[in-house]
Ligand binder design. Structure first.
Ligand code: AMP
Length: 374
C-alpha cells in the first residue's frame, strides 16, 4: 500500500494543525475510535492541547518542529487552513496530508475559490478581483452598488470586509484592505444563510449531512437550525453542489460550503472550508456520526459513518460572556453543553456552544450517501 492509501486505525496517530475548539472536538472524537491526536499549534493555551495525547507548541513556519511533528504521526490534517505553502510541503514530504495542499490553496484565497465554483457551473455573487483603488472604482461601476469589499486572504467572522455603495468613501474602503489584494462582491439580498457539510473518504465514498440554516449576530455565527426550512429540492441542490465541489477537489476529508438562499430560490455559494465547521456542531447531538468523527474517519482512510439526522436541532454559540451562564445551562435537562476550556472570555470569542434537540418533524427524504465510484 502506498503512503497515499495509508489507513490509520485504532492505535494510530493523527496529527492536526491548529489547536482551537475544532481541533479539541476532533481529538475527542479520535479518542473514541482509539486514535491518538498530536496537535500542532503556536499558542501555549490551545484548547485542543488539554485533550490530546501529544502536543507541539511552535510557529506554523518552524521547519524543524514541522518535520519532527510529521515524523511522529501517521497522517496530518488541519483544523485551521491558513498555513504557509512551504509548511505543508515539509509535512507532505514525510507523511500523507489530507486534504491535499491544492484544496487548502483554493480555500485560502477568495478569487481562486470563487473561480473554482464558477468553473463547476456553480453560481456565486457577481465579483471582480481588485488590486488597486482604480480597480475598485471600475468594479463598483460595473457591479453597481451596494457591494462588499473583502480581503482575499485571512478574512473570517466579518473581519477584513466592508460594505460599500456609490456614496462610500472609496479611499477609506481601499485603505481598510491594507494594500490588497481584494475582491468586490455584489451585495446579495438573501432570505437565508445556509450551509452543508460533506465528507469524502479515501475511496471516494461520500456522506453528506442535512442542510442547515445559519443566523449571525455581529458577523459571528449565533445559531444553526437543523434542518433548514427549505424545500427538499433546494436542500438536495445544495448537497449536490457540495458533493460536486468535493469530487472536483478530489477531497479526502470534510468540506463545509456556505450558501445564500435568494428570494427567487437561487442558491449562491459564499465560501467553503475544508475542515470541521461551526455550523456542523449540531451533528454532535443529532446525527448517528457527528462531523468530528466523520472528519477523523475520512482523513484516516476509514469507512465513513452514517450522517443520518435522528432529531431536529438548534445549536447556539456561547460567545464571550455568554459562557457565564454555564451553571443554568448545565441545570437545564434539555440542553447539551459543550465548553472549550478557554480561560479568558474576550468579546467575540467562541467559548462553547449548546444544542437543544427535539423529535424530527420531517420525513427523511433519502440518504445522500454514495458508494465509491467503480
Ligand atoms: P464571509 O466572511 O464571506 O463568510 O462573510 C461573512 C458574512 O457577511 C456572511 O455570513 C454574510 O452574512 C455577509 N456577507 C458576505 N458576503 C456577502 C455578500 N456578497 N452579500 C451579502 N452579505 C454578505
Amino acid at each position: 500500500m502506498s503512503a497515499d492509501e495509508r489507513k490509520v486505525g485504532p492505535g494510530g496517530r493523527l496529527g492536526i494543525i491548529g489547536g482551537g475548539q475544532l481541533g479539541r472536538m476532533s481529538a475527542l472524537a479520535a479518542a473514541r475510535l482509539g486514535i491518538d491526536c498530536h496537535i500542532f499549534s503556536p499558542d501555549s493555551d490551545s484548547p485542543a492541547f488539554a485533550v490530546s495525547a501529544w502536543q507541539t507548541c511552535a510557529a506554523y513556519d518552524d521547519a524543524t518542529a514541522l518535520a519532527d511533528f510529521a515524523g511522529s504521526v501517521d497522517v496530518v490534517s488541519f483544523e485551521f487552513e491558513n498555513i504557509p505553502a512551504a509548511s505543508v510541503r515539509i509535512l507532505a514530504d514525510r507523511v500523507p496530508v489530507r486534504p491535499a495542499w491544492t484544496v487548502l490553496e483554493i480555500a485560502q484565497e477568495r478569487v481562486t475559490e470563487k473561480s473554482f465554483f464558477n468553473g463547476l457551473g456553480i453560481a456565486t455573487a457577481p465579483w471582480r478581483a481588485i488590486s488597486d483603488r482604480a480597480g475598485l472604482q471600475q468594479a463598483l461601476a460595473e457591479l453597481g452598488g451596494p457591494a462588499v469589499l473583502k480581503t482575499c486572504r485571512f478574512g473570517y467572522d466579518g473581519k477584513g470586509q466592508v460594505k460599500i455603495d456609490r456614496n462610500s468613501d472609496l479611499d477609506q474602503a481601499w485603505a481598510s484592505m491594507a494594500g490588497g489584494p481584494a475582491i468586490l462582491e455584489g451585495f446579495v439580498d438573501f432570505v437565508m444563510e445556509a450551509s452543508v457539510l460533506v465528507a469524502r473518504g479515501l475511496d471516494g465514498d461520500i456522506a453528506c449531512f442535512d442542510v442547515v440554516e445559519n443566523r449571525h449576530r455581529h458577523h459571528i455565527l449565533d445559531m444553526t437550525i437543523a434542518p433548514a426550512a427549505v424545500p427538499p429540492s433546494l436542500a438536495r441542490q445544495a448537497q449536490e453542489m457540495a458533493i460536486a465541489a468535493a469530487e472536483a477537489l478530489d477531497l479526502v476529508g470534510l468540506l463545509a460550503v456556505e450558501l445564500f438562499v435568494c428570494a427567487d430560490g437561487r442558491l449562491l455559494v459564499n465560501e467553503m472550508a475544508p475542515r470541521p465547521h461551526n455550523s456542523g456542531h449540531w451533528t454532535m447531538n443529532a446525527c448517528h456520526t457527528d462531523q468530528f468523527e466523520q472528519f477523523v474517519r475520512a482523513v484516516c482512510g476509514l469507512p465513513l459513518g452514517s450522517p443520518e439526522r435522528f432529531a431536529d436541532a438548534v445549536m447556539t454559540n456561547l460567545i464571550g460572556d455568554d459562557v457565564a451562564r454555564w451553571p443554568a445551562l448545565l441545570a437545564d435537562q434539555g440542553t447539551a453543553v459543550h465548553l472549550y476550556g478557554k480561560t479568558e472570555a474576550r468579546p467575540g470569542r467562541k467559548m462553547g456552544h449548546i444544542t437543544r434537540i427535539k423529535p424530527r418533524t420531517d420525513q427523511p427524504f433519502g440518504s445522500m450517501d454514495r458508494k465509491p465510484r467503480q
